[in-house]
Design a protein around this ligand. Structure first.
Ligand SMILES: [Zn+2]
Length: 360
């Protein structure tokens, strides 16, 4: 279909070429399916990586961490915009908070928690995991968790690594997360990308057995399978850069055919077309600044397409659910799951569906 071809072309541009992207007029909202053909409501998750515009990896080589405190912060303004989007969609979200922000804006974090949003962890200094050794990661994790929990007045159970930087080389981080009491992770992006990604990782929420015998839930951002590729949709730059027709198609396919939840992520700075412009490579500027004026409309349309909840609610449904995850694990062709599915996975929960009328 035309939407698929356009998406593939834009994904290629997004990754590696210098072809400029022409922005488009946001499409008007069209109500989408909210239940699958079996009559199940598909329960989705929405998350926000709570950081400022100068924290992003794309500009890390130009903005040293020692300069962060000298730059004009827009995180309060943009978190207000985020809350307006969520309020209009009448949904609660997970906020993966940078510990650095929790230390400086504790009242904001407490306000989010008191509004019913889940407060989770996005590390302390936004350092990609491949730049840290295990002890450095644990130290950063504990410092950020303490700052976030002190601000929120609530326990932190979820983690998302900066720049989705849990990859084949940093899977050791999952063990540390489990040891530190984290219940789930959302850092493994099952795609090819120049900065992150594990293209053979499972595309759906799943429970991962760790070498120590511990388990941890993994909640990947949404992708749609096209040919031999997983194409991301509904989050971050993909939300802004790919045609909305493709995103709509991907949502319908995920809900109707694959009967799986949509996992949305975005950043407050993506709602801020007027943020200060930073210098960087053409690719960084393309990824960061393109389509900022579209984010709010697109998010509102996506959030009207399903039943969106904080990620911990999705995980709790999975914990309490009845469907096996074995199908999605086999489908993912992950080397460490080839062959027999571990018994604990067969008996654990899978696709997060909720019968109409069933209590949450
Ligand atoms: Zn981040």
């Amino acid at each position: 279909m035309a939407g698929e071809r356009a998406a593939q072309r834009l994904v290629a541009i997004f990754r590696s070429t210098a072809t400029p992207i022409r922005t488009e007029t946001p499409a008007r909202h069209t109500p989408e399916v909210k239940m699958n053909p079996s009559g199940d409501v598909v329960v989705d998750a929405v998350s926000v990586d709570l950081e400022d515009y100068f924290h992003v990896e794309a500009f890390a080589s130009q903005i040293s961490r020692s300069r962060w405190g000298t730059l004009p912060s827009r995180v309060l303004l943009n978190t207000r915009r985020t809350l307006e989007v969520l309020d209009r969609a009448n949904c609660r979200a997970t906020f993966f908070v940078l510990g650095w922000i929790a230390e400086r804006e504790p009242r904001l974090i407490r306000e989010l928690a008191e509004a019913g949003h889940e407060i989770a962890c996005h590390s302390h200094l936004h350092r990609p995991l491949h730049t840290l050794n295990p002890s450095e990661f644990r130290e950063d994790l504990i410092r950020s968790r303490d700052a976030i929990e002190n601000a929120a007045g609530a326990s932190v159970l979820g983690f998302r690594a900066p720049t989705f930087s849990i990859t084949e080389k940093s899977l050791w981080a999952l063990e540390i997360l489990a040891e530190e009491g984290f219940h789930y992770d959302s850092s493994i992006f099952p795609i090819h990308h120049d900065l992150y990604g594990m293209p053979d990782a499972p595309r759906w929420p799943h429970r991962r057995p760790l070498p120590s015998g511990q388990m941890i839930w993994e909640i990947p951002p949404s992708t749609v399978r096209m040919g031999r590729m997983n194409i991301p949709f509904g989050g971050g730059g993909y939300l802004r850069l790919l045609p909305m027709s493709f995103t709509r198609w991907a949502i319908r396919r995920t809900h109707r055919r694959e009967r799986q939840p949509i996992v949305v992520y975005f950043h407050p700075w993506e709602l801020d077309p007027d943020q200060p412009r930073l210098t960087g490579s053409w690719r960084s500027r393309l990824r960061h600044y393109t389509g900022l004026d579209k984010t709010a409309n697109r998010l509102e349309e996506i959030l009207s397409c399903g039943k969106f909840e904080p990620m911990i609610d999705l995980v709790r449904r999975l914990d309490a659910g009845s469907r096996s995850v074995s199908d999605s694990m086999r489908d993912s062709r992950v080397p460490w799951f080839e062959g027999a599915i571990p018994a604990q996975l067969e008996s654990s929960a899978g696709g997060a569906t909720l019968k109409v009328g069933q209590s949450a």
